[in-house]
Design a protein around this ligand. Structure first.
Ligand code: GCU
Length: 343
């Protein structure tokens, strides 16, 4: 923990030093450029990094005389929670955060964290592309000092363990499973009978290796890109969540953009979204192949109905607690139905 705080302090000191040199946060002097700093917690191999590089290229090609984009991968600027706070204060301009974490900044985000909310990846994509669904949710963090500007694919979350094949919810009984730091994820794990262990993404590998955890839950890229498949040998497709990642921007920065600049940034967010999504599918296929053939991970395809039955009450509880979200929930059900009838 101490090490992490020290690393964060050092990273911030570096950012501030850079800021002083480059006129951080202002474009006052003619030769000064505004440095747009973007933090994320994935490696440079990850589709999110590829997408951000395309965003950087586009913004600099269109507005390069005024802005310079710098991307900080791999939690260089701290954990996601820490990066969200840096974005709120304007110490950095953007960061990528999992929707899970954002529910602690605005309860509306709870919706996308519900287990089995989307019935297929197609319905998930269509819902996240539907401004009637994302609009009211993305707007709601403005009170917290940041704006959600686009979403990124983070696939389907599944359970994986060091040595316990998960075929049914009963298999999770008593297991210590890392979850993201959000109340919804803790409730989900408790309902399934496991012991929820919330922690930041960057701490999971060491905790698995030290056997402080029995397992975790995430998409396939965590096995390879983050090395979790070196320790966990069973990955079970229970498909419990499709939780998007969200690019958030400091509100003051967003509001100070001129109309023309805002249009260019919006195009840049679209390029980021499309590039990341195109890279996603290949990345998952490659990760699965590597996990199976190089890391010796066993993939399991359980009947998901028993998992759904245990977790369905979370939908009713959420709608009771946040009745304003009901119309958006219904729109998602329409997308679910659309793709169920198509298949
Ligand atoms: C995925 C997601 C990240 C998130 C991580 C986690 O990798 O893309 O945004 O931080 O899961 O489990 O914490």
């Amino acid at each position: 923990m101490k090490k992490r705080i020290r690393a964060l302090a050092l990273a911030l000191a570096a950012v501030l030093a850079l800021g002083t040199l480059a006129g951080c946060g202002s474009a006052s002097a003619a030769d000064d450029k505004y440095i747009i700093r973007i933090g994320h917690n994935q490696s440079t191999n990850h589709p999110t990094h590829t997408g951000l590089l395309a965003f950087e290229e586009y913004i600099e090609s269109e507005l390069g005389d005024k802005y310079e984009v710098e991307i900080f991968p791999s939690e260089l600027l701290g954990s996601q929670n820490e990066m969200v706070q840096l974005t709120q204060t304007g110490a950095i301009t953007f960061c990528v955060a999992s929707n899970s974490l954002l529910e602690t900044f605005s309860e509306n985000y709870t919706l996308f964290n519900l287990p089995y909310l989307f019935s297929s990846p197609e319905a998930y994509h269509a819902s996240m592309d539907d401004p009637d669904i994302t609009g009211p949710i993305f707007e709601s963090t403005k009170q917290a000092g940041f704006e959600a500007v686009t979403w990124l694919d983070a696939g389907t979350r599944n359970f994986y363990t060091i040595d316990t094949p998960i075929e049914t919810p009963e298999d999770l009984q008593g297991l210590k499973i890392r979850v993201q730091q959000s109340p919804t994820n803790v409730t989900m794990m408790e309902l399934l009978g496991g012991s929820a262990t919330p922690m930041g993404f960057g701490d999971v590998y060491t905790a698995l290796q030290a056997q402080m955890l029995d397992g975790a839950e995430n998409n396939e890229l965590a096995l390879t890109d983050n090395g979790h498949g070196d320790v966990c040998k069973y990955y079970s497709y229970d498909m419990h969540q499709m939780i998007p990642d969200i690019l958030i921007g400091n509100l003051d920065f967003m509001e100070e953009l001129s109309e023309e600049e805002r249009a260019i940034f919006d195009e840049g967010f679209e390029i980021l979204n499309q590039t990341q999504r195109e890279a996603w599918e290949t990345a998952v296929e490659e990760a699965k192949d590597r996990a199976e053939n190089e890391q010796g991970v066993n993939f399991i395809y359980p009947d998901i109905e028993p998992f759904q039955e245990v977790l369905q009450p979370m939908h009713e509880d959420m709608l009771e607690q946040y009745p304003d979200l009901a119309p958006i929930y219904e729109l998602i059900q329409e997308h679910n139905a659309e793709f169920e009838s198509a298949s």
